[in-house]
Design a protein around this ligand. Structure first.
Ligand SMILES: Cc1ncc(COP(=O)(O)O)c(C=O)c1O
Length: 385
């Protein structure tokens, strides 16, 4: 490198580092509202190693393709997927939901989606992109889909029903076994959005929490999407969608004349193998026992945070099902803004008049102890307490 090159490089690095310093970071422990996390050091290392791979042109990287196959097998096993199933790597929960609804529309030729009012906003994109119609099903006072309301609405046989295994706002789980039975009877495609809960519920079960079945062990479940870049401890962007029947993939496959494979399935073309390799590495490293320990610790911090929040006189919207707390406030937007000015990021949920706090693996009891006095002071100042 010439001295001119070195100076150029230093200048670019300086510019980028200065801008990066404006960012909140997961590692600082000050982001309390996000469902993403600091990637595990192993995921970080492997990510770099696989930066130049392109799984959109799979025969150029048969080794990375094999890693993808093994990762899909790991996820499929976690979700009790049958031998007839298939998996598709996606960039996250949004693409997982889009892919599921694309298949449901192709299979049924219909356009209506029945989904709880608590469903993720990605379904708004789906409606717009694929000219589909969203019919909302109300939720109960526990913030889960009202099964009786669904029974009335399903009669017109929609393209799909969506159930949540971990809602974005509160981490609640819809009555999935009942929805599954209903969808089986009515022969309706049933998609479970487990973007957040997919890497929590299996381990909660092992820890003897009372949680319903959410995956392919329910006969009526047609597809499940699960995000590794949320509770899977992997690097962004990575999710997987698993479908009950492999042949359904043909409904979202096209001929791909210019690349090494004859068909390309799903939405993306060129896509990096780095997040896939990183997620596989971390899954191998942690294994079921490691994830169970991670979830145990997140739930421990969740109970602690709940206690500390209630001690300062605030209430939760619902008792937590997983590591997500909704804290009731009169003016959540004002509190979120003030907390941000004080260096803490939490998410506001105006619809439920609350703020959302997610106890991701990097959030410790010590961080909660640092946060609570700031929350109290902020709430005192704006007359919440
Ligand atoms: C339940 C659920 N589904 C889908 C998504 C969208 O995921 P992504 O932002 O990874 O596309 C989220 C994001 O929080 C979510 O909570």
């Amino acid at each position: 490198m010439t001295s001119l090159d070195t100076r150029k490089k230093q200048k670019i690095f300086k510019e980028l580092t200065t801008l990066q310093q404006r960012d909140f970071t997961f590692s600082s422990g000050r982001i309390l509202g996000s469902m993403c996390t600091v990637p595990h050091p192993i995921a970080r290392e492997i990510y770099q190693q696989f930066l130049e791979t392109n799984l959109g042109d799979p025969e150029l990287c048969p080794g990375t393709k094999e890693i993808e196959k093994r990762y899909i097998a790991f996820i499929s096993k976690l979700l009790h997927a049958p031998a007839s199933s298939a998996g598709q790597i996606v960039s996250g929960g949004t693409e997982g939901n889009i892919t599921a609804m694309w298949i449901a529309k192709q299979l049924s030729g219909k356009k209506e989606i029945l989904l709880p009012t608590s469903a993720h906003f990605s379904f708004q994109k789906i409606a717009s992109l694929m000219d589909m119609r969203l019919t909302e099903v109300p939720v109960t006072k526990e913030y889960v889909m009202d099964i009786n309301a669904l029974k009335k609405k399903i009669r017109k046989t929609p393209a799909a029903v969506v159930g949540l295994a971990g809602s974005t706002e509160l981490g609640t789980i819809d009555p999935l076994p009942e929805i599954s039975d209903l969808c089986s009877e009515e022969h309706v495609f049933f998609h479970v959005d487990a973007a957040f809960g997919g890497f929590v519920i299996p381990f909660l079960k092992t820890l003897h929490y009372k949680v319903p079945a959410f995956d392919f062990s329910l006969k009526g479940v047609s597809s499940v999407s699960i995000d590794s870049h949320k509770m899977g401890y992997a690097a962004i962007p990575l999710g997987t969608i698993v479908i009950r029947r492999k042949q359904w993939l043909s409904t979202i496959s096209v001929d791909s004349p210019y690349i090494s494979s004859e068909k390309q399935t799903g939405i993306l073309g060129t896509r990096s193998g780095a997040p896939v390799a990183a997620a596989y590495a971390i899954a191998q490293y942690l294994g079921f026992a490691g994830y169970t320990q991670m979830v145990r610790s997140c739930m421990d911090v969740t109970r602690y945070a709940q206690k500390r929040i209630e001690e300062i006189g605030l209430n939760l919207v619902v008792s937590p099902t997983m590591n997500v707390l909704g804290v009731k406030l009169k003016r959540p937007g004002v509190i979120v803004k003030k907390l941000s000015e004080r260096g803490w990021r939490v998410n506001k949920v105006e619809r439920l008049s609350c703020i959302r706090i997610v106890m991701m693996p990097q959030i410790t009891k010590q961080i909660i102890d640092e946060f609570i006095p700031v929350l109290k002071k902020t709430c005192d100042e704006v007359g919440e307490l």
